[in-house]
Design a protein around this ligand. Structure first.
Ligand code: NDP
Ligand code: ZN
Length: 391
């Protein structure tokens, strides 16, 4: 009892040191913020083994620098499955439920805060994996907001320390509110139903291709030919490289040729896997399941580079093996910054580079089925939810 009253007294002293005016202004602001919260509806899972359910919630109010976007389309990324199924604990990522996934978002601006300059009501906008960052640290200043030293706010399952530490909710929903700095402009002539996957699958492959300065005539490989992989193939073919694709099904052999790859290798075919040592300048691995990365490192030429973007939970590289394969470089890559995302989007739309999408209705059972197919490798190449069909 004594302790409580001392604490209460300390609290009263602290409150009295803040002016009543300040307190009123703060309270008024909080009331205004909560009154103006934006009602939202979407799809959530409530545990790692749950099915989707429709889910009503609210988003923070549209601040002076924010835009409210009506979501038209949301892509289904394999990362959504890893996150909802809580598969990334070793990377320190833990699932918070209810979880509304979705970080490939295309929509229209329906409201703008008073300081917004880059968007007006009616514009198309895209949102990827991030919704906020400090904008002041060296990573943000270098255009790498995904590594914000003060904590990037990711699009879902992330603590939004700019808005009362609420957990962010993603794009499998009818709207989203973000700082205008985290929305990219989508040209009016874009094939809007195909834009959403560019915001993750597009930028995640575009970024390392450019980081490694891949150029015309290079011999390159894409391991894992799904949502990300088929974007990598298109960017690499567009650059004039010789592209080899590695995947594990025969059905995709024709698709690889159609997209301009010179060779398709079924990783389950031992004969096809022979004789590839030291042949590639650049390899990007998008493989989401456990595999032996060293077999791809061995396929690099000396000085060649391998970018790892796929997120299996247990694949490892033995450092002694790396020593014996001297002077091959292996690095990881996480999405891409906002400026780079805008460049990727403008380039993709101008060059007609889009994902191949299968559009599904905004319906819990349809999303469950699509997830099942992504998990089982039965999608070519990206599911996109038509959020306009949400009832
Ligand atoms: P998809 O499921 O669409 O594609 C993965 C592809 O890899 C499928 O075609 C799959 O084949 C193939 N594959 C699986 N195992 C192997 C193997 N052993 N060898 C060759 N191919 C294989 O996933 P996404 O493209 O959406 O995502 C890929 C990965 O990238 C995920 O782990 C995702 O979390 C991660 N990711 C990482 C990001 C980053 O910033 N680093 C951003 C976004 C995603 P099959 O069809 O037979 O299953
Ligand atoms: Zn993604």
């Amino acid at each position: 009892m004594k302790k409580v009253s001392i604490l209460m007294l300390a609290g009263i002293i602290m409150i009295s040191s803040v002016s009543m005016n300040q307190l009123n202004a703060q309270n008024m602001n909080e009331v205004k913020q909560s009154e103006n919260r934006v009602p939202a509806k979407g799809f959530a899972v409530h545990s790692h083994d749950d099915h989707f359910h429709t889910y009503e919630f609210s988003r923070h109010a549209v601040g002076d620098n924010d835009v409210q976007i009506e979501i038209l389309y949301a892509g289904i990324c394999h990362s959504d499955l890893h996150a909802a199924w809580d598969e990334q604990q070793e990377q320190g990522l833990h699932a918070t439920y209810p979880m509304v996934p979705g970080h490939e978002i295309a929509g229209r601006v329906v409201k703008t805060g008073k300081n917004v300059t880059r968007f007006k009501v009616g514009d198309y906008a895209g949102i990827g994996c991030m919704v906020n960052a400090c904008g002041k640290c060296s990573s943000c200043k270098a255009g790498k907001e995904q590594f914000c030293e003060n904590g990037t706010v990711f699009t879902y399952n992330s603590i939004d320390h700019y808005h009362g530490n609420e957990t962010t909710k993603g794009g499998y929903s009818n709207n989203i509110v973000v700082s205008e700095n985290f929305a990219v402009r989508v040209p009016e002539n874009a094939a809007i139903e195909k834009v959403a996957p560019l915001l993750c699958a597009g930028i995640t492959t575009w970024s390392p291709i450019h980081f490694s300065n891949v150029k015309k005539g290079d011999k390159v490989a894409v391991a894992g030919y799904g949502g990300l992989g088929h974007m990598a193939v298109q960017y690499l073919v567009d650059l004039g490289t010789d592209v080899t694709v590695f995947d594990r099904t025969e059905e995709k052999r024709k698709d690889a040729a159609r997209m301009g790859a010179i060779r398709y290798i079924n990783v389950n075919n031992k004969e096809e896997m022979k004789g590839l040592g030291g042949t590639f300048d650049f390899i990007i691995s998008t493989i989401p399941a456990n595999y032996e990365p060293i077999q791809y490192v061995a396929m690099l030429k000396m000085g060649g580079e391998m970018a790892i973007v796929g997120l299996p939970d247990k694949s490892t590289l033995n450092i002694a093996d790396m020593a014996f394969l001297s002077q091959r470089k292996v690095y990881g890559s996480l999405i891409g910054g906002i400026k780079e995302t805008q460049e990727m989007l403008d380039y993709s739309v101008a060059h007609g580079i889009y994902p191949e999408v299968e559009i599904i209705k905004a319906d819990a059972a349809e999303i469950d089925k699509a997830w099942h197919n992504v998990s089982d490798g039965e999608v070519k190449f990206r599911y996109v939810i038509d959020m306009k069909t949400l009832k």
